[in-house]
Design a protein around this ligand. Structure first.
Ligand code: NAD
Length: 484
């Protein structure tokens, strides 16, 4: 039986084929034990009418090999095409996106030579579920979904990653001063799990100041764990400040399958010109080699690559007149790395991976006891554009609805309380959230809600969405309105 590890490879679009060829040549020269199942993904597949950009056989290949080395692809312009990355991440449960952002100063220009941070981004939840609705003439809605198990998995992953890689600190970033429930759940889960890792420092930053600090003082961060959208943004900021957008690799890791790639796109402007820097994909491949248990090969490749940078052999994107010794194309850069196989960098700290790095991490989700869930009210969303949008008129109309004691308690417009009371300066759209509870704010029945909806319809109003209000063990499971 072959001792070679089979992996799925996609050459992708634009510069994809050139950088993949260069990367695989380097891996081979380093003695990587690999065989390839090559699949077609991207533009050509999209243009065949397959909206995911991936043929069903490609999914079968991933199911079999469980490891995917992927070049960037071009997403055709226009609607109807789904993001291949999002599809792969969600279909195979690749919940962790790991993106190391390290400075290679002075060989790569950066204002922050000491930066060495890893961004760990939740990959499956948040606004990326893509559940969106246009509900009125003026208002669309995008649902942000955060789960306790999803948060637990990614946060545990971040701490386990820190432990395994000798890192000292994990910083959580959220916006829980505003999204108290969704981001609050992530932050609370972080605080709980941090206690299991007393040797690792844990802190929290609000995402806006956190992003500013990554842009201004990236050296202060070690491991950062955050939600999907924030992670998407801060990982580009971090890559940019280390000067390594063209150099960064990333891993998308799930329980079974993992995908490794460059962080940049298919660069159609330089495709086919032998100009592209293959380092991003190569760095993705180095992470892959560690993942599949070939750490000594990963170490060899990483050191030969760093030595090439030190020797000033640079592709055009990182070429600096005063520092570089030779400007090379994609394949010549690969040849220079191959020539240096077995060598180590002299000025930068050499890479070091060992078998411990390849051991699986202990990621699990704890069972939470079932809390006592009680239905205690309902938010009925209404599309209304009459009477100059005077909230008073809507409020008085809705007060006529009374389903066995369910009474209108407030109306908000874009989250701001406009009835009862409210400020006449508040701008109102045609999208109204109307909250109904009984006087004691005690338990109600679903039948009351159905009755209420019927009464609202009979009043000539159009409801567009209903969100039940629950308490869990007596704790309110919904946000208060601004001004409530
Ligand atoms: P891009 O990353 O492809 O290019 C941005 C700029 O960086 C371009 O000027 C390009 O020439 C340069 N560049 C990128 N990689 C380089 C490299 N390895 N060496 C030298 N220069 C490099 O981003 P874009 O132009 O916004 O997107 C192009 C296409 O890539 C789009 O279709 C986009 O959807 C797709 N894309 C794919 C992925 C992916 O597959 N993971 C990620 C991002 C973008």
């Amino acid at each position: 039986m072959s001792s070679k590890r089979k992996i799925t490879v996609a050459y992708g679009d634009g510069i994809g084929p050139e950088i993949m060829k260069a990367t695989l040549n380097i891996l081979e020269a380093a003695g990587a034990q690999l065989e390839y199942d090559v699949i077609e993904i991207g533009e050509q597949v999209y243009l065949k009418g397959i909206s995911s950009g991936m043929e069903p056989s490609a999914f079968d290949s991933l199911r079999e090999t469980k490891v995917f080395l992927k070049s960037p692809i071009t997403t055709p312009q226009g609607g109807g095409f789904k993001s291949l990355n999002v599809t792969t991440r969600t279909s195979f449960g690749l919940y962790a996106n790991v993106r190391p952002c390290k400075s290679f100063s002075p060989f790569i220009q950066t204002h922050f030579p000491e930066t060495d941070m890893v961004i760990i981004r939740e990959n499956e939840e948040d606004l990326y579920a893509g559940i969106e609705h246009r509900q009125t003439q003026e208002v669309v809605q995008s649902l942000k979904l955060i789960s306790r198990p999803g948060s637990e998995k990614i946060i545990r992953y971040a701490f386990e990653y820190a432990k395994k890689n000798g890192r000292k600190k994990v910083t959580c970033m959220t916006k829980d001063n505003i999204m108290k429930l969704a981001d609050g759940l992530f932050h609370k889960t972080f605080d709980e799990i941090a206690k299991e890792y007393p040797d690792i420092k844990a802190d929290h930053k609000i995402i806006d100041i956190g992003t500013a600090l990554i842009a201004d003082r990236p050296e202060m961060f070690d491991v950062v764990v955050t939600l999907n959208l924030y992670g998407d943004i801060i990982s580009d900021v971090a890559a940019q400040v280390t000067g390594s957008v063209g150099l960064g690799g990333s891993a998308n890791v799930g329980e079974e399958v993992a995908m490794f790639e460059a962080i940049h796109g298919s660069a159609p402007d330089i495709a086919g010109m032998d100009l592209a820097n293959p380092s991003g994909l190569l760095n993705g491949a180095i992470m892959m080699l560690v993942h599949i248990g070939q750490p000594e090969v990963a170490e060899k490749v990483a050191n030969a690559w760093m030595k090439t940078l030190e020797d000033g052999i640079h592709t055009g994107d990182i070429y600096q007149e005063e520092l570089s010794t030779k400007k090379v194309g994609t394949q010549e850069f690969a040849a220079a790395v191959i020539e240096r196989m077995g060598q180590k960098p002299e000025k930068m700290t050499p890479a070091s991976f060992n078998t411990e790095d390849t051991e699986p991490m202990n990621i699990f989700v704890t069972d939470k006891p079932n809390q006592d869930k009680k239905l205690i009210g309902v938010d009925v969303f209404v599309d209304w554009n009459e009477s100059g949008r005077d909230p008073q008129v809507l409020g008085e109309t809705l007060r006529k609805a009374n389903a066995a004691g369910l009474q209108l308690t407030l109306i908000t417009n874009r989250g701001i309380k406009v009835f009862p009371g409210g400020m006449k300066e508040s701008f109102c759209t045609d999208h109204w959230r109307c909250r109904f509870q009984n006087a004691e704010q005690s338990e109600i029945s679903p039948a009351q809600i159905l009755d209420l909806l019927k009464q609202i319809g009979d009043l000539g109003l159009e409801f567009i969405q209903v969100a039940n209000l629950y308490s869990f063990d007596g704790v309110r499971g919904y946000s208060l309105a601004q001004g409530e």
